[in-house]
Ligand binder design. Sequence first.
Ligand code: AMP
Length: 120
Amino acid sequence: MAYDDGNIFAKILRGEVPCKKVYEDEYALAFHDIRPLAPVHVLVIPKGPYVSLDDMSATAAPEVIGAFFRAVGETARILGVIDSGYRILANIGSNAHQEVMHFHVHIFAGAPLGPMLRKI
Ligand code: AMP
């Protein structure tokens, strides 16, 4: 799937749509999810135009991928959730219910989060 720069996260990166920023560097931006599913729910997005982890892991330079995941860890430290713990999650494609076609990692924290997934 080709990247479409009309998606909402591309607009946030261009400053066309506001966000509640947690962290930003050359490679990544982290901001609060607009519809939180946990007491702490933050999204970390790469600044490059990647549809998903599949796209980014296949096409981005290793240092870009590494810098992105450093930013995920740094965001969690800024949020102060290391001692209590947190969960990261990324939806890729339709079975995972990916809604925004710009790669993003969710950080959930702030309360016991229960099991990873509903039992099947
Ligand atoms: P996903 O299902 O993994 O694609 O998740 C997309 C996430 O983006 C959802 O949790 C939405 O609540 C969140 N979201 C959508 N629009 C915005 C926005 N403008 N600012 C912050 N979060 C958003």
